[in-house]
Design a protein around this ligand. Sequence first.
Ligand SMILES: [Mg+2]
Length: 445
Amino acid sequence: MSHLSSPSKLRITDLRFAKISGAPMGCIMVKVLTNSELVGYGEIRDWSSETYGLLLKSRIIGENPCNVDKIFRRIKQFGGPSRQAGGVCGIELALWDLAGKAWGVPVYQLLGGKFRDKIRIYSDTDMEGRPDGKKMGEALRKRMDLGFTYLKMDWGVGQLMELMEHGETGLLSAPLGYIKDFMEAGGARKYFLTDREKHNRAYDTINIAHPFTGLQITEKGLDVLEQYLADVRSVIGYDIPLAIDHCGHIGLNECIKLARRAEKYNIAWLEDLLPWQMTGAWQQLASAITVPLGTGEDIYLKENFLPLLQSGALSVIHPDILSSGGLYETKKIGDLAQDYGVAMAIHMAETPIAALAAAHTAAATENFLALEFHSVDVPWWDDLVKTASKPIINRGFIELSEAPGLGIEDLNDEVIRAHLDPSQKDIWMSTEQWDNEYSHDRTWS
Ligand SMILES: [Mg+2]
């Protein structure tokens, strides 16, 4: 069948996955296959499970992938916050890719066209070893040398816990034992098969939400963190925006204490200081400090952004297109935020499929600020896909081509297989056992 002559005859026939690790996150690439040579590429959120996609397979087979919104509305009931939305979003991306390929236009054009030709990328930067603001500043400086025009780093309780591991004291107060449990819980994954009890305890520890940890930062701890920020700025200067993430699981009062120490250092936004659900606390936080606030990478669907936008607490929303409901929902979220005078940055920590899909959304959304990138130090990241021009991120920007769909010509199975997640036997394996699952799916009677 010649696809361009009959997009309306296109049908979904199969759904396949490739799970990789070290990108630097664990990532799940998605293929939606059709009754033609056309294949749609999508991706499930970082550190997630392909099961979220598999359970949707029987709900989409036989549909025309060009009817993106219709299929999205059928499957959106199976999504939820954060990773729970992985399957819905992964498929939504692949449907847009197919619709673009079938009709011969880039996805940004299907979303209403471009506001910009170049998508600004911000580089997140992690550091190993003893926390040191000057060293972090130098690492960020190297990102600037690569052409990045917007930066982000971690700052907060994490650094203080690291310093405690290096023998420093008096930085944090917490119910005794909590900090040790929390530090150990980070490696919980490795206990998964060997020690279920340890795994479950770690799971419980990392799931204590901010107001319930009892964690407090001391005056000495705040001094250390303020010096860290001063050191970073002394290296990178004040000309470039610097956003901050991963401040730690601390309650509202601690957030206010911490944020006040950041005020002098011109921070672009403080991210996820509190769980996104706690609208009232966000509002109180915003009224107590002058640093711009951002959140959103775990929020599913436009309607769940609304209370925060209405509260006036946010300067930046930060959806992940693999949690928000996909690239079309993210455009709608951006437009909604714009009505409230809020800018949209985009969270992204996955492969070039997610990066390019996010870039199409960013191109088509007016209040877009910058798109996240975690993989500067992963040399094979670019090689996972074949695109007309490389590098995909060039001097801190993605420039989208006029190629149809997401603009990915092919996937590079050799590179993908070389980074196969150890839990997997192979890539793109049969998912036949999920073809005929049936349940009476309806959310009302
Ligand atoms: Mg974040």
